[in-house]
Design a protein around this ligand. Sequence first.
Ligand SMILES: Cc1ncc(COP(=O)(O)O)c(C=O)c1O
Length: 410
Amino acid sequence: MTSVPPPVGEQTPPSVMDLERQYLLQNYARYPLLLARGKGCYVYDPEGRRYLDFITGIGVNALGHAHPRIVKAIREQAGQLIHSSNLYYHPYQGPLAERLARISGLQRSFFCNSGTEATEGALKMARAHGHAISPEKHEIVSLENSFHGRTLGALSITGQPKYRADFEPLLPGVHFVPLNDLAALEAAVTSRTCGIMLEMIQGEGGIYPLTQEFAARARALADRHNALLIADETQCGVGRPGTYFAYQRNQPVILPDVMVAAKPLACGIPLGVIVANEKAAAAIKPGMHGSTFGGGALACRVALEFLDILEELLPSIQSVGGYFHSELNALARKHAVVKEVRGFGLMLGLELTVPGKQIVLDAIGEGLLINCTHDTVLRFLPPYITTEKEIDRAVKILKKLLGKVPAQAS
Ligand SMILES: Cc1ncc(COP(=O)(O)O)c(C=O)c1O
């Protein structure tokens, strides 16, 4: 029997999920959750169910949702000037660059729109730095298990075959070194190296911090071979580790030549940045790089407001992060399914002996948003406004979920 379609005008509209299935590239595997609004540490679905947001748009919504000072800055600036391109000056890009210089210890900024774009620009900076010395000096040393973005350049220095395989061949002259392997690093960096790329805490790779010794050796090798040391702070930076940047976490600070940042910088308005010392910045001459949207008035004003708030929040990121870490350690002691707890500040990972996907799905059912990276690592990127109260709530849910999982040998 053929079914008769309802008359036009009486058809039920397709759901958002149906539309996405039909009209979007099928590159994302979304969780089955529709979000309608957010306030503070919580997001809400259209039925008003609330979820504690401990993934914050993968580390973007650093002040949670609808922070009154961010909303006010957006409202005011949207009514004045959103975008004017880099053909002209506006009041906020210079002050933001000055602020970033002050907090990073580096000197000159270039603004773009994402972590990938910032990485890509830093890569060009390293290549141009090397090219000015010798055409042979074009090699990049990066880390196994790293993640630097999805464009061809950023993929070329991303040390995870699963992201790269479909797009080979990528840039030549990239050497991958195992995390914290001093001998391998020593062997990979030569006079042909123009840049060494590091995440001080690997994020997508499963929350693995670099040792201070490894970062110091990378600094020494970059100096010895006149290569640029580049820190990708897209995920681990801008307050998340409890310092402005992850390279400032240990003393003495291992200062890179170039730092890239993005995610939380403008609290959800796209903004990425490359901050470079004078030596690295000198590689980029007029006309060599640019971005139409990069560093617009709205994004820069919001970032300035965010950095004001961040200054006040840094001590609490450290203390609340420390509390979360110790509570996760307590869970690890009770549940054999937990292998290890890693991370700093409000960037923490809990490695399981089993895949974490089902726990992430079950957590949604319990009103908690987290995700799983590297198959077995539950990742927590809570907002910087989190208090011990929200940590207790998340830990209670995790305890319930972990209690149901039988431990297996990994
Ligand atoms: C360390 C690192 N670099 C670069 C990127 C890419 O940033 P975006 O997705 O903003 O392009 C990411 C994203 O997760 C990241 O974690």
